[in-house]
Ligand binder design. Structure first.
Ligand code: GAP
Length: 517
């Protein structure tokens, strides 16, 4: 199945089973804003806990905060966001549609790449098993022509972006004859910079309201609290501050479901280190963060590092952890060596001394910072997109059945177990409720008595519940139940009293945390 179709199915599944709904859907939704439903919020909370515990519980020198979304407007001047948090935009004069200039060019490059893929596919069909793709790409004149075209456009675009050359970006669009997907015309405006921060006003206009921003990253809330935490927590460098919270960006090209949203959540950690040690810590955090991802077992080959070729003016090293989403490898998390830029800027703009006296070095300095920054929603997408599995099952009589199963890592699964009475009568329902009420203090449990047992299993598979506990007539005699395992669908008879132990072994976060400590 084409990956685009798989992605559409995942989006539909997320809605059907209460993971994610479009925001304000009864009013036709709001672009790139989503709500998490009854199933999604549980998965989201579990991801947060996995991240938080891995930072704050496992590291004695990492502590957490929860800072406000609104901050003094000067914060964003100091951080550079007011002047430089921009995207290059271009409008089509006929459709009045607005685009990110670099995205229009990237889409054009993608079309050339698609032509290469089609040539390869055709040749593979012609040559059959003897087809050597690498050799074909090296020698076929049409493929070589396309490759050269794509590379030339890409390097022109990168040079224009790096040099903030807006005129050149427009020239590339004109030279490549890129047309507006809506109007089909090439009637373009100039390219302009557009700031991505949402602004609002605080206080009444009569008092002279203050222009404030919805934070575009949570990191600045950590920087401005650096002194508070260091002093009140008596923290010694190196130490880190972790935070989970909402961030807002007026993304112009917001697409790919929850991959690029206008309101999203970040899990960020700023690690403060002595100057000169930052690159060593940068490598350590890269390694620790990759380990955190791989411990989930979604497949080691679905992750890779991407080193930034162009560094932001404040960084001396930066890499992304990319994940293989249904639409290809894309950024999931950023690990940045941000030097002393942010703290120095806040020192300058606030006039407050932001320094650390290092007793070992016997000197004061502005600490350097390693940042790990991951989008919670992207993390969510990485999990649901790799968990979504369609299976064809063959029964003993040879007939087949389909099931959709969300193979979510059990420790993150929204619901850990469902207790299902085989039938409602003969006291089975009451017994099942009793078992559920005993287990609900330790696990997120569901009770379900409606429809056939097969249908109930499918409903639990669809939300990724790792265990289904069935109460049948034998339970009433010997207090045993069957446990059905989500992935293998195997069933096992166990004493009802031993359920807690069996389940907690697989679903506790402890198991995951032990893998990365
Ligand atoms: N403090 C650094 C920072 O914000 P970033 O690369 O702009 O760096 C960090 O963002 C992470 O936040 C990204 O790796 C991504 O996972 C997530 N993110 C950024 N923009 C997003 C958006 N519009 N929607 C969803 N997640 C986003």
């Amino acid at each position: 199945m084409a990956s685009e179709d798989v992605f559409k199915k995942i989006i539909a599944h997320c809605k059907e089973y209460g993971f994610i709904f479009p925001s304000s859907e009864i009013y036709d939704g709001l672009g790139a804003v989503y709500d998490y439903g009854q199933t999604g919020v549980e998965l989201k909370n579990n991801i947060k806990k996995y991240w938080w515990d891995s930072m704050v519980l496992l590291h004695d020198n990492v502590t957490g905060i929860d800072s406000a979304i609104f901050m003094h407007p000067t914060v964003w001047k100091a951080s550079g966001h007011v002047d430089a948090f921009n995207d290059p935009l271009i409008d089509n004069k006929d459709s009045k549609k607005r685009y990110r200039a670099d995205v229009l060019i990237e889409d054009h490059i993608q079309k050339i790449e698609d032509k290469i893929a089609r040539e390869v596919e055709k040749a593979a069909g012609r040559f059959g098993e003897s087809f050597d793709e690498a050799m074909f790409c090296r020698t076929n004149t049409r493929v070589l022509e396309y490759r050269q075209q794509a590379d030339a456009v890409r390097s022109r675009m990168n040079a224009a972006l790096n040099g903030d050359d807006l005129e050149e970006l427009r020239r590339i669009i004109v030279d490549c004859e890129i047309a507006c997907p809506i109007s089909g015309t090439r009637n373009w405006t100039e390219v302009r910079q557009f700031n991505l921060m949402f602004a609002t006003e605080m206080g009444s206009t009569a008092d002279g309201a203050l222009k404030v921003y919805l934070r575009p990253e949570t990191a600045q809330g950590i920087f401005v609290n650096y002194l508070n935490v260091q002093k009140t927590g008596r923290m010694k460098i190196p130490f880190g501050i972790a935070q989970i919270g909402k961030a807002f960006r007026n993304e112009i090209v917001a697409r790919q479901f929850i991959f690029r949203m206008r309101e999203f959540e970040q899990m960020e950690m700023q690690f403060f280190v002595p100057p000169g040690t930052e690159l060593e810590w940068y490598e350590k955090w890269k390694e620790m963060r990759m380990k955190w991802h791989k411990a989930l077992g979604l497949g080691d080959d679905r992750y890779r590092f991407h080193k930034h070729a162009k560094l932001a003016h404040y960084a001396n090293a930066a890499s992304d952890i990319e994940f293989e989403f249904p639409f290809g490898f894309k950024e999931l998390e950023g690990i940045h060596s941000r030097t002393d830029f942010d703290l120095s800027q806040h020192q300058k703009y606030s006039g407050k001394k932001i320094q650390y006296f290092d007793p070992e070095r016997n000197e004061s300095y502005v600490p350097y910072v390693i940042e790990t920054s991951i989008g919670l929603d992207r993390m969510f997408l990485s999990i649901v997109s790799s968990a979504y599995t369609e299976e064809t099952l063959t029964r003993e009589d040879g007939s087949t059945d389909e099931r959709i199963v969300m193979r979510i890592p059990p420790a993150l699964a929204p619901v850990k177990l469902a207790v299902l009475p085989l039938v409602r009568k003969d006291g089975l329902a009451e017994k099942a409720v009793e078992i559920k009420n005993r287990l609900k203090f330790d696990f997120n449990c569901q009770y379900d008595e409606k429809d056939s047992i097969g249908k109930r299993y499918r409903r639990q598979d669809a939300i990724g519940t790792p265990y289904c506990i069935t109460v049948d007539h034998r339970t009433m005699e010997d207090d045993t139940v069957t446990v059905r395992y989500r992935d293998s669908m195997e069933q096992e008879r166990v004493p009802a009293g031993g359920l807690s132990e069996i389940i907690s072994e697989k679903v506790s976060l402890k198991g995951l945390l032990e893998k990365i400590r």
